[in-house]
Design a protein around this ligand. Structure first.
Ligand SMILES: [Zn+2]
Length: 216
């Protein structure tokens, strides 16, 4: 479907969402699509929310270290001032961290002829729909569901397992704090149990504990 659209030099705007759990290659796919658009001489700009500063401050970076320059914004309303009539493609990484206004913003962009490509986690560490992602998926014209590999059994993974004793809703991290799991091996209460175990030893409640039941 994307390739079908891509063959048209002048295209109507649309919204494309790349979703999945952590380590499923969402950002890699976003970067690939933006690079391809640049090869087609389209004007591209990529945004990410300020909350995510792993690997690089001014680039979107995938876990495999592919990068693309990005504009860091505090809120979704900060995106619009960076867009002009020559902008063809708007990439947005870590879309799950944006406020709900992102839905109106990307609708406005698509309605004005821009191609919007968002990448984001569809579910959080508890397995629940993450931030504005459910609405973004509902209004998307194109959806790519990405899969990681379950670190327990090797099956396709759709869930993000938190491995540390930390129950805040947002904990930005990488493989030291999370791993991909299939539905069978996803344990949303693990972090809660680790917090209870860690509490007597670590007053800050932030001690990292490797899950004892996971086998490589
Ligand atoms: Zn599994």
């Amino acid at each position: 479907m994307t390739d079908h659209f891509s063959r048209h030099k002048i295209t109507p705007g649309w919204i494309e969402v790349i979703c999945g759990c952590m380590f499923s290659g969402k950002t890699s796919e976003l970067i690939k699509q933006v690079h391809r658009a640049e090869l087609a001489r389209l004007n591209c700009i990529v945004f990410k929310p300020k909350i995510d500063n792993r690997y690089s401050e001014t680039e979107v970076a995938s876990h495999d270290q592919n990068t693309f320059p990005s504009v860091i914004v505090e809120s979704s309303d900060d995106i619009i001032p960076h867009i002009d009539r020559n902008t063809d493609v708007v990439g947005i990484d870590e879309a799950q961290f944006f406020d709900d206004r992102i839905v109106d913003i990307v609708t406005l962009l698509a309605d004005s002829g821009k191609r919007v490509v968002l990448a984001g986690l569809d579910t959080d560490w508890q397995g629940k729909p993450f931030g504005p992602m459910p609405t973004l998926l509902a209004i998307a014209d194109v959806i790519h569901k990405q899969y990681a590999i379950c670190m327990v059994c090797g099956d396709p993974a759709t869930r993000t397992q938190r491995l540390v004793a930390q129950n805040d809703s947002i904990l930005v991290g990488s493989s030291e704090s999370y791993e991909a799991r299939c539905r069978n091996h996803f344990d949303p209460l693990l972090s809660v149990r680790l917090t209870q175990v860690a509490a007597p030893q670590d007053e800050m409640g932030t001690k990292s504990i490797t899950e004892p039941t996971v086998q490589a």
